[in-house]
Design a protein around this ligand. Structure first.
Ligand code: PNS
Length: 166
């Protein structure tokens, strides 16, 4: 019989981590005994650099996710399928907010399948009240001096304040 998957990755850029990501990680942790939040070193999906360094993104994720049982945070470089193999993870969990996410995520899931057909892609529908939320809108609002307290935890608010201090 096939081995049941015990370790899943929740990968992303997390630039920075938001309540949307935290919701997906919490829910993934209810489905898999071990979850690694895999913070990608690589550039974001829009092909631009990140606002926070890899170390900063890892530290913010660590602080924001502290206390969720079974969840650890790790940076990775290179291909997700290689990192999954390295840490013996059998699934990748991602949140889906809208049809626009679906197109992008389907392409990534198909690519990952071509690279490693043993690695499962699992999708969690975002909580409806978080469907509008993304790291890029958080960065935009924070950089323009707006209040992001409904979108990110206090540790991230402080990091954004420092990052966008004028
Ligand atoms: O937060 P994002 O931008 O949705 O995360 C995208 C991420 C980091 C999961 C994706 O870009 C990724 O897996 N990058 C690692 C490189 C890789 O494996 N690319 C091939 C599959 S698309």
């Amino acid at each position: 019989m096939e081995r049941i998957i015990e370790h899943a990755l929740v990968p992303g850029t997390f630039d920075p981590i938001t309540f949307g990501h935290i919701d997906v990680v919490r829910r993934a942790a209810r489905m898999f005994p071990r979850v690694t939040v895999a913070v990608a070193a690589s550039i974001g999906k829009n092909g631009v650099g990140t606002a926070f360094t890899l170390d900063e993104r890892v530290e913010l994720a660590r602080a924001a996710l502290a206390g969720i049982p079974g969840v650890e945070i790790a940076p990775f470089t290179g291909l997700l399928v290689d990192f999954a193999r390295e840490v013996d993870a059998g699934a990748v969990v991602k949140g889906l907010r809208a049809m626009t996410d679906f197109e992008y995520e389907l392409q990534q899931a198909d690519l990952n399948y071509r690279l490693d057909s043993e690695l499962e892609s699992v999708f969690i529908m975002s909580a409806p009240q978080l469907g509008y939320l993304s790291s890029s809108v958080v960065r935009q609002i924070a950089s323009l001096g707006g209040d992001v307290s409904a979108f990110v935890p206090p540790v991230v608010i402080e990091a954004l304040r420092v990052r966008y201090a004028r």
